[in-house]
Design a binder for this molecule. Structure first.
Ligand SMILES: *Cc1c(COP(=O)(O)O)cnc(C)c1O
Length: 401
């Protein structure tokens, strides 16, 4: 079949017409449990009434004016985000890659205005994912995303994830900072140990480097804290956020301290759409929910219940599951079978998931998920593993003959 779309996505043959909470409904009316959440985006579920109201109310009044003018909804969201975090200031974008790009530019300008323009390099980590712009594919360092796109943007030195000695060895006179995901998402739900995060902070302080976190996927309650770095007790100088903050509306934001942002003067950076009233209305509505007193505790409880159930499944199907990993509702199943086989078996049971690096199936349901739906999903996951397991047995049998 010919398509008018770029052939860049290997799409599954499924189309949805409607969503409600953690459920998606196809055009034919079939129901699926959504543990992909549009890649960890739909943080408070599909069609949340509070978000629908915020968006439609804003849509009736004003959509877009540009950053030529004051945008009260943007100032409000900025105030609330800085109130809730280490940061003093925010720059709103439309995507995660742009938020990371802003973080990189902020770090380079910091050293530039400090009289050290030669300090422009960032230390990044193997398995990282920071987006698909030319600079963020260089930061991520994955050959498969860099290939054929011309010279790699200079200024990124990659070391193994979690390897402190390699970080120390990579620090040089041109190093500007360290860029890390506290939990690698695309890389396979790899959690950076708290001690490692603290050691990075100490190295940054010792060498005058900026600590830059990419919390595009791990932020906004996903791990059971508002931001994943809070588990380690350290605070960064700059942080990129997107995905969950818009709950499905494209919103990204780069947060920074007053010190880290000192190179960013008027005209130095910009965006046409970033922080527009529609996006900000939805972002504020997401925060209304995520900042409710019991919300993060709900995420932690749900994550615990889910991981306990998954541990039972791992025990039952050691031929399918190698390991359960993650934090809160950012969970990975490292598979012994090809992860795409488990993803397909889960889809056959009407549970939607998404793949990640290291042969991992990512489970990132909407954070509002209730215990009954966790249990229902676990039943279906058990069934999917049972189906796969008999298949694995049958294949082994064939091979043996
Ligand atoms: C998704 C993601 C990005 C890129 O976000 P886009 O909105 O796709 O540009 C960057 N960093 C991390 C950690 C992500 O998960």
């Amino acid at each position: 079949m010919t398509s008018a779309l770029y052939p860049t996505f290997a799409r599954a043959d499924l189309a949805f017409e409607r969503g409600e909470g953690i459920r998606l409904f196809t055009v034919e009316g079939e129901e699926y449990l959504d543990f992909a959440s549009g890649i960890a985006v739909v943080s408070v579920g599909h069609s949340h009434p509070h978000l629908v109201e915020a968006l439609t109310d804003q849509a009736r009044r004003l959509w877009h004016v540009s950053n030529l003018w004051e945008i009260p909804e943007q100032s409000k969201l900025g105030d609330r985000l800085t109130e809730a975090t280490f940061a003093d200031v925010c720059f709103f974008t439309n995507s995660g890659a742009e938020a990371v790009e802003t973080a990189i530019k902020t770090a380079r300008r910091y050293h530039y205005v400090n009289g050290a323009p030669e300090r422009y390099r960032l230390i990044t980590f193997e398995g990282a994912f920071h987006g698909r712009t030319l600079a963020t594919i260089a930061a991520g360092g994955q050959q498969k995303y860099l290939e054929g796109f011309g010279p790699k943007v200079d200024g990124f030195d990659q070391v193994p994830f979690g390897d402190l000695d390699a970080v120390k060895a990579a620090i040089g006179s041109e190093t500007a900072g360290i860029l890390i995901e506290p939990v690698q998402g695309e890389g396979g739900i790899r959690v950076a140990p708290n001690a490692f995060m603290r050691a990075l902070r100490e190295l940054c302080d010792e060498h005058g480097l900026l600590m830059i976190l990419d919390e595009v996927q791990s932020g906004v309650g996903r791990t059971g804290k508002l931001f994943a770095h809070e588990w380690s007790g350290v605070t960064p100088d700059i942080m990129a956020v997107a995905k969950g903050i818009g709950g499905g509306f494209p919103v990204g934001v780069c947060l920074a301290t007053n010190d880290a942002v000192k190179g960013m003067a008027p005209g130095i950076h910009g965006t046409t759409f970033g922080g527009n009233p529609l996006a900000m209305a939805v972002g504020n509505a997401v925060l209304d929910i995520v900042l409710e007193p019991d919300f993060l505790e709900h995420v932690r409880d749900a994550g615990l219940r889910f991981r306990q159930g998954l541990a039972r499944i791992a025990d039952t199907y050691p031929d399918i599951v190698e390991e359960i990993r993650g934090e809160g509702l950012m969970i990975g199943i490292k598979c012994k079978v090809p992860s795409k086989d488990l993803i397909a078996a889960l889809r056959a049971e009407h549970v939607l998931t998404v793949g990640a690096g290291e042969n991992v199936v990512r489970l990132v349901p909407p954070l509002i998920i209730e215990p009954a739906d966790i249990d229902l999903a676990l039943e279906r996951m058990d069934a999917a593993c049972a189906a796969l397991s008999s298949g694995v047995g049958a294949r082994d049998g064939e091979a043996a003959q």
